[in-house]
Design a protein around this ligand. Structure first.
Ligand SMILES: NC(=O)c1ccc[n+]([C@@H]2O[C@H](COP(=O)([O-])OP(=O)(O)OC[C@H]3O[C@@H](n4cnc5c(N)ncnc54)[C@H](O)[C@@H]3O)[C@@H](O)[C@H]2O)c1
Ligand SMILES: O=c1ccn([C@@H]2O[C@H](COP(=O)(O)OP(=O)(O)O[C@H]3O[C@H](CO)[C@@H](O)[C@H](O)[C@H]3O)[C@@H](O)[C@H]2O)c(=O)[nH]1
Length: 332
């Protein structure tokens, strides 16, 4: 009874693998290392270098490792890149997910947990965003994830497999014990970029637009600590194993911070007044994304431990410093 974690050499997958191991589960990680790192695979997890779209490999490893459930993190994650290379995103996030779902169904895997995104909502008419709001993604990235959600919904009706698609809001921070953190080679995420500016890895930070309809003109997001998110996956697995019905669930705290508020927190916690410049709006950024986050609490019994922006920032900064001392530079 082992959990297959695709993308487990990456940021969120490595934290989920840690949470599973901490919960006493056996873990096999499959990652093609296109973005992840071999050193990010937690001690105690088996590692297979390969592609989550490789059906034959999947069938073999599911049998060899007695896999009973799949957590599917592997994918391409950069929204603006998906606008430039949409077919790459549909391939990696949708076509490869189809192959994985096919292998799962053919091998009789009964539980599937999928990394979805708030990006499926596009520009919602209001916040907080509830799961039954329409899916109207505005980027190929969001559409590629929405299509996988729909495949899983249909497959779960036709086959003996239940699933949970967790729609993450803005994931940030790092393992409180310092065992993993944001490692993505091309990170574009605000708290990561601000932490890099605070630790001297970047000369400055740019604010992408301050003329949004928000209290200070900058975009508002619901930042969720990666370890709280990882725990939601462990709970989702228990829920499915106990016969829970298939569902989609937002993962956020239900509150938001503006870009300026995040920058102030990073400056405050780090004690570094790094330069900040104003830049043009980034295409496709909605003004405010805040999760309606009741369902994940009610259905999974999820109780976040780190719902505090300063704590999230502290852990992100500690991780950046540890990367520098380990000389594992995350090339921008
Ligand atoms: N980071 C966020 O804020 C965020 C928000 C919403 C959803 N998500 C989703 O969460 C998942 C994990 O994101 P992350 O931030 O950890 O990104 P990441 O890039 O750190 O991790 C993704 C991992 O998947 C691997 N991978 C990519 N394509 C693969 C393939 N075809 N076969 C095998 N391995 C492959 C990469 O090497 C990498 O290790 C993604 O599916 C992403 O879309 C992330
Ligand atoms: O250097 C930067 C980086 C970001 N931002 C702004 O900060 C906010 C947050 O941006 P970012 O951290 O890049 O996250 P999002 O664009 O909100 O997207 C993240 O969160 C989404 C869910 O809300 C996921 O779907 C995506 O995969 C994930 O990248 C946005 O308003 C950006 O314009 C800046 O102003 N300067």
């Amino acid at each position: 009874m082992t959990v297959l974690v695709t993308g487990g050499a990456g940021y969120i997958g490595s934290h989920a693998a840690l949470a599973l191991l901490d919960a006493g589960r056996k873990v096999v990680i499959l990652d093609n290392l296109s973005q992840g790192h071999r050193w990010a695979v937690p001690a105690g997890a088996a590692f297979i270098e390969g592609d989550c779209g490789d059906y034959d490999l999947l069938r073999r490893l599911i049998t060899d490792h007695d896999i009973s459930a799949i957590m599917h993190f592997a994918g391409s994650i950069i929204v603006p890149e998906s606008v430039v290379y949409p077919l790459d995103y549909y391939y990696n996030n949708t076509v490869n997910s189809r192959a994985l779902a096919q292998a799962a169904v053919d091998a009789g895997i009964r539980h599937f947990i999928f990394s979805s995104t708030a990006g499926v909502y596009g520009e919602p008419a209001k916040t907080p965003i509830l799961e039954d709001f329409p899916s109207k993604p505005i980027s190929p990235y969001g559409t590629s994830k929405m299509m996988t959600e729909k495949m899983l919904a249909d497959a779960s009706i036709a086959h003996d497999m239940n699933y949970v698609a967790l729609r993450y809001f803005n994931v940030a921070g790092a393992d409180p014990k310092g065992r993993s953190g944001q490692t993505s080679r091309k990170a574009t995420h605000l708290i990561k970029i601000a932490s890099q500016a605070a630790t001297g890895l970047r000369p400055h930070l740019e604010i992408y637009g301050d003329d949004y309809e928000t209290h200070d003109g900058t975009c508002i997001r619901d930042y969720i600590h990666v370890s709280d998110l990882a725990n939601a996956h462990v709970l989702a697995l228990e829920y499915l194993e106990n016969g829970g019905e298939s569902d989609v669930m937002n993962c956020g705290y239900g509150r938001g911070f503006s870009v300026r508020e995040v920058i102030a927190a990073v400056k405050d916690v780090s004690g570094v007044d790094f330069p900040v410049k104003l830049a043009e709006r980034r295409p496709g950024d909605p003004a405010a994304l805040i999760a309606g986050a009741d369902r994940v609490r009610e259905k999974l019994g999820w109780k976040p431990q780190h719902d505090n922006l300063e704590v999230i920032v502290r852990h992100a900064l500690d991780w950046e410093v540890s990367l520098k001392t380990r000389q594992v530079v995350d090339a921008a």
